[in-house]
Ligand binder design. Structure first.
Ligand code: NAD
Ligand code: ZN
Length: 357
C-alpha cells in the first residue's frame, strides 16, 4: 500500500496572498529556473493580475475554465512548459480547473509521455516540481487531493492522475480571493464538498480519519449555507477550510451515487462537475433524503439556483448513453449500494432518475 500524503505547508488567512512573493523567494534561491504561474483567465486585467509576483524569465499560463480540463489541453500546456527550463516552482491561482491543470502539467515536467498515460492510480513515477496552490474558489478540494481530473475524449473517460506526487507541496489559503465569485457558482462548488462528505459518510468503505475530516467539513458547510450570507467574510473563510478538509477526506474514502450520475451528465451534456452534482443530488432524493432536503433549504436561504429541465427533450439514445457513462463507476456505486448495485440501478430505474433532471 502506498502511504497517503498531504499538503506540507500552509499560509491561511485574509490577505496572505501578498506573502506569495516572499514564499517564492525561498524557492528561487533553492533552485535556478523560472516560476510557472497558472492563473484563471477570469483574473486577466483584474487587480490580482498586477499582484502576481512575476519576474523576468517566468512563465504565465492563462487557464480558461469555460470547459473542464482535457488530456489534450494538458498536453498543450506541457509542450509549452517543457520548452522552458525546469521551474523552481509551479504556482496555480484559480478554481478547480486551474488547480488541476497545474497539477497535471507539473507531473508531465518530470515524467515523459502524454497526460493520458498517467490517468489512473499511482502511475506517476517521478516527483513533480515544487507546487504552490492558491485557490480562488472553495469546494472541490482540488487544493488538498491527490488527483487532477481530466476528460479524455478519445477513451471516453474522465479520470485524474491519482498519485502522491499530484498533491500540492504548499498552499496559500486567502479567503479574500473568493469574494468575486458569482453566487450560483459559489453555491455549486461549495456543495461539492458537502456532497463528497455526505456520500463518503453514507458509504460502506470507511476509515476513521476520512470520517473525521468529512464530519467537520459537513458541519462547516451547514454553518455557511444556513447563515444569512454564504459569502460573508466569515462564511468564505469557513468554506475554504471545509473545502480543504473535504479534499483531504476524499483522497482516503469513496464517493457514492451522486458523483457517478453527475459524471454521466458531464460525459453526455458537458455539464460542469459541481453544478452536475447539485442536479444529481436533487434527482437522487430517495437515496439521500436529508441531504437533498438540506440542499433545497440552502438554495432558498441563499437565493441561489440549480438548473432544471436538462433531459426534457432527451430520447432513448441519450438515456442509453447516460446509463452507460454512469454505471461504469463501479467503485463508488458499490460503495453506496453494495456489489449487486446493477440489480437496483437497472437501465429503467437510471432513466427514471435522469428523467427528473
Ligand atoms: P472552475 O475552476 O471550473 O471555475 C468556475 C468558474 O469560476 C470559472 O468561470 C472561473 O473563471 C470562475 N472563478 C474562479 N475563481 C473566481 C473568482 N475568485 N472570482 C470570479 N470568478 C472566479 O471551478 P471549480 O468548481 O472550483 O472546479 C471545477 C473543476 O474541479 C472540475 O474540472 C472538476 O472536475 C474539478 N475537481 C477536481 C477535484 C480534485 O480533487 N482534483 C475534485 C472535484 C472537482
Ligand atoms: Zn466532486
Amino acid at each position: 500500500m502506498i502511504p497517503s500524503r498531504t499538503v506540507g505547508r500552509f499560509l491561511f488567512g485574509s490577505g496572505v496572498f501578498s506573502q506569495l512573493e516572499e514564499r517564492l523567494k525561498e524557492r528561487r534561491e533553492a533552485l535556478d529556473g523560472p516560476v510557472m504561474f497558472f492563473v484563471d483567465n477570469w483574473f486577466r486585467g483584474k487587480e490580482l493580475e498586477r499582484a502576481i509576483p512575476l519576474r523576468e524569465g517566468d512563465a504565465l499560463f492563462w487557464v480558461d475554465a469555460t470547459d473542464e480540463p482535457t488530456t489534450e489541453g494538458i498536453d498543450v500546456f506541457a509542450a509549452m512548459a517543457r520548452a522552458m527550463a525546469q521551474p523552481c516552482a509551479v504556482v496555480a491561482v484559480g478554481g478547480g480547473c486551474t488547480l488541476d491543470s497545474a497539477k497535471a502539467t507539473a507531473n508531465l515536467l518530470t515524467n515523459p509521455g502524454a497526460a493520458e498515460d498517467y490517468q489512473g492510480w499511482d502511475l506517476v513515477r517521478c516527483p513533480a516540481p515544487y507546487k504552490i496552490g492558491v485557490p480562488t474558489l472553495s469546494g472541490t478540494g482540488a487544493e488538498a487531493s491527490r488527483t487532477c481530473v481530466m476528460s479524455n475524449a478519445r477513451k471516453g473517460l474522465k479520470l485524474g492522475m491519482n498519485s502522491q506526487y499530484t498533491v500540492y507541496d504548499e498552499l496559500v489559503l486567502d479567503p479574500d480571493l473568493t469574494a468575486t465569485v458569482a453566487r450560483d457558482q459559489y453555491f455549486h462548488t461549495g456543495m461539492d464538498t458537502y456532497i463528497h462528505c455526505v456520500e463518503s459518510l453514507a458509504g460502506a468503505y470507511r476509515n476513521a480519519l476520512a470520517d473525521a475530516w468529512s464530519r467537520e467539513a459537513l458541519r462547516l458547510c451547514e454553518e455557511v449555507f444556513e447563515s444569512a450570507d454564504m459569502m460573508s467574510d466569515e462564511a468564505r473563510e469557513k468554506m475554504m477550510v471545509a473545502s480543504f478538509l473535504g479534499g483531504s477526506a476524499i483522497g482516503n474514502s469513496l464517493v457514492g451515487l451522486v458523483h457517478p450520475f453527475s459524471a454521466g451528465l458531464s460525459m453526455v451534456f458537458h455539464t460542469h462537475h459541481c453544478v452536475g452534482n447539485c442536479i444529481a443530488l436533487r434527482a437522487l432524493a430517495e437515496f439521500y433524503p436529508e441531504a437533498a432536503e438540506a440542499q433545497e433549504r440552502f438554495l432558498r436561504k441563499q437565493n441561489a439556483s440549480v438548473p432544471v429541465g436538462l433531459t426534457r427533450d432527451a430520447g432513448p439514445e441519450i438515456f442509453d448513453a447516460l446509463y452507460k457513462s454512469t454505471i461504469i463507476h463501479e467503485k463508488p456505486l458499490s460503495n453506496a449500494l453494495g456489489s449487486d448495485f446493477r440489480q437496483i440501478l437497472t437501465p429503467g430505474r437510471v432513466a427514471e432518475i435522469f428523467g427528473r433532471m
